[in-house]
Design a protein around this ligand. Structure first.
Ligand code: NAP
Length: 487
């Protein structure tokens, strides 16, 4: 058995033998199969205080791969020594275990298998295993944990083990084993959930799909817009070849647009939700599905905003490294020398640039803080007030500072006729639309009369009910109070 982290149990030190309250204390657990999963499982079980017996078709060859504390023997021998057996074998090979049917009678089989495709088979692997061994109790579980996580679980963020079975007692036993191993068992109900559990490890970033498509869509729109303004316009109007700008300059003017608009999209659904709550006078009315979805994806949208902002910072730092930039610098210097211009210092431009870069750095710093605190391991260490202060208050400050960054970048360009290429306004003016709407709405919501009403609604006050409870005691007339409340 390897030392290091594996010598430590996941949750503190649970000495199973010395812990009389642990219902699984000293229990022998069987593992069928000697592959990657079986090996990691055996190591973790041994480290958690269990006795482990591994059933292999070729125990002599495989014994060396397991910790010395684990017994490696033939499948039938292993099965006889325990009541709980993890089947660490692929579904295709379940039928080869049928010879063990007699010795398996009455035992708990834990199906840890995964498929290669979502809904690959009509019935889940666990149901298939149960159909092959009707005299056994099958529990689905541990498939969402990889062999790697079993070994490095102490460092892994997600320690949940989803479990389902038609037998409550068997499910409880496996949940207790998972707990002793340092995992968090999650009861997913009866065996019909097995299919859903088997699909979970196969889903590719399910919570990220909408935010990724949103950011790609925004990127594409802004990229095309910038391409037309920065490359196509000079090519058509002045026959100037500026295509070299595409890989860095156009991308670098697009990234901050996406980052900035995405950041405002984190706070826009909150504004819309507040509008609906004010309109309906209650927080107990369901939001439309699209708004619900949007609210649930705010974290991912925020992280993508941070990603684009970070890329923008790196791209910006690299701008002076480009050959084109060096040529342009020399060209300008030569031009000034020819024109005998000695003083090229423009005070306004100097200040604009200093402020622009400084607020940009602060905005990126705040975005980094938001991104870090949205990670589950960090978020879990914060109390509700700390989390909401960082995500809500500091997040809004980040939006304000990003707006300042955008305004100092654009400066007076919006009022310069030459900036309207093909009558298209400078890109920064477009990016300001959503963030400024959000900021304006937040300012309106902070007005005492609206803020007070919104806070009351969020604490459970309702337009109709408020009168029912308050007016009768004040006026003694229930019905008249109710009518006036709805006006
Ligand atoms: P593996 O390394 O290929 O091991 C499979 C084991 O199955 C073999 O070592 C073999 O052990 C045993 N086996 C029994 N009958 C067999 C047969 N007829 N033909 C071939 N092998 C047979 O696979 P694994 O990665 O450990 O995965 C095992 C199970 O765990 C799979 O159902 C998989 O979906 C699930 N799982 C794996 C992971 C992971 O990270 N690897 C994560 C979650 C779930 P003997 O030769 O000793 O009999």
């Amino acid at each position: 058995m390897s030392g290091g982290d594996m010598a430590k149990p996941l949750l503190g030190h649970r000495s199973v033998e010395g812990d009389p309250t642990a219902p699984t204390a000293g229990r022998t657990i069987g593992v069928l199969g000697s592959g990657d999963f079986a090996r990691s499982l055996a190591i973790r079980l041994v480290c958690s205080g269990f006795k482990v017996v591994v059933g292999s078709r070729n125990p002599k060859r495989k014994a060396g791969l397991f910790p010395s504390a684990a017994e490696v023997t033939f499948q039938a021998e292993a099965v006889k020594k325990t009541d709980v057996i993890f089947v660490a074998v692929f579904r295709e090979h379940y039928s080869t275990l049928c010879d063990l049917a007699d010795v398996l009678v009455g035992k708990i089989l834990v199906d840890v298998s995964n498929n290669t495709e979502i809904n690959h088979h009509k019935e889940s692997n666990a149901e298939y295993l149960a159909s092959l061994f009707p005299a056994c109790t099958v529990v689905k579980g541990f498939n969402v944990v990889s062999a790697w996580t079993l070994q490095s679980g102490a460092r892994d963020g997600n320690k949940q083990v989803l479990i389902c079975s038609n037998n409550q007692e068997a499910k409880r036993t496996i949940a207790e084993i998972a707990q002793v191993m340092g995992f968090t068992p999650v009861d997913m109900g009866c065996m019909s959930s097995a299919c859903e559990i088997e699909n979970i490890p196969l889903r590719l970033l399910p919570a990220w799909k909408i935010p990724i498509f949103l950011s790609l869509g925004l990127f594409l729109c802004f990229f095309t817009y910038n391409l037309v303004r920065q490359v196509i316009h000079p090519y058509i109007r002045e026959q100037k070849n500026k295509f070299y700008k595409i890989p860095i300059e156009v991308v670098n003017t697009t990234l901050p647009c996406v980052a900035y608009v995405m950041l405002s999209l984190v706070y826009l659904p909150g504004v819309l939700a507040a509008c609906l709550q004010l309109y309906y006078g209650t927080k107990y009315r369901r939001f439309p599905d699209w708004l619900d979805q949007w609210l649930q994806h705010r974290k991912q949208i925020g992280l993508l905003s941070f990603f684009c902002a970070a890329l923008h910072a790196v791209y910006s730092l690299c701008l002076p490294m480009r050959r084109s930039h060096r040529y342009q610098l020399i060209e300008t210097a030569v031009k000034q020398a020819v024109e005998k211009k000695m003083n090229i210092w423009v005070e306004e431009e100097v200040w604009r640039m200093e402020i622009y870069i400084s607020v940009g750095i602060i905005a990126l710093g705040l975005l980094s803080l938001l991104a870090i605190t949205s990670l589950p391991s960090i978020a879990n260490s914060l109390n509700w007030r700390e989390f909401s202060f960082i995500q809500s208050t500091l997040g809004f400050v980040a939006l304000l500072i990003s707006t300042l960054h955008t305004l100092t970048y654009g400066w007076s360009r919006a009022f310069d006729e030459n900036q309207y290429k093909f009558y298209l306004p400078p890109t920064y003016t477009l990016t300001l639309l959503v963030p400024c709407t959000v900021i304006l709405a937040k300012v309106v919501f902070s007005l005492p009369c609206i803020h007070h009403r919104l806070m009351r609604i969020r604490r459970g006050w309702e337009k109709g009910r408020y009168v029912k409870f308050v007016l009768p005691s004040a006026t003694g007339e229930y019905s008249s109070g109710e009518t006036s409340s709805h006006v």
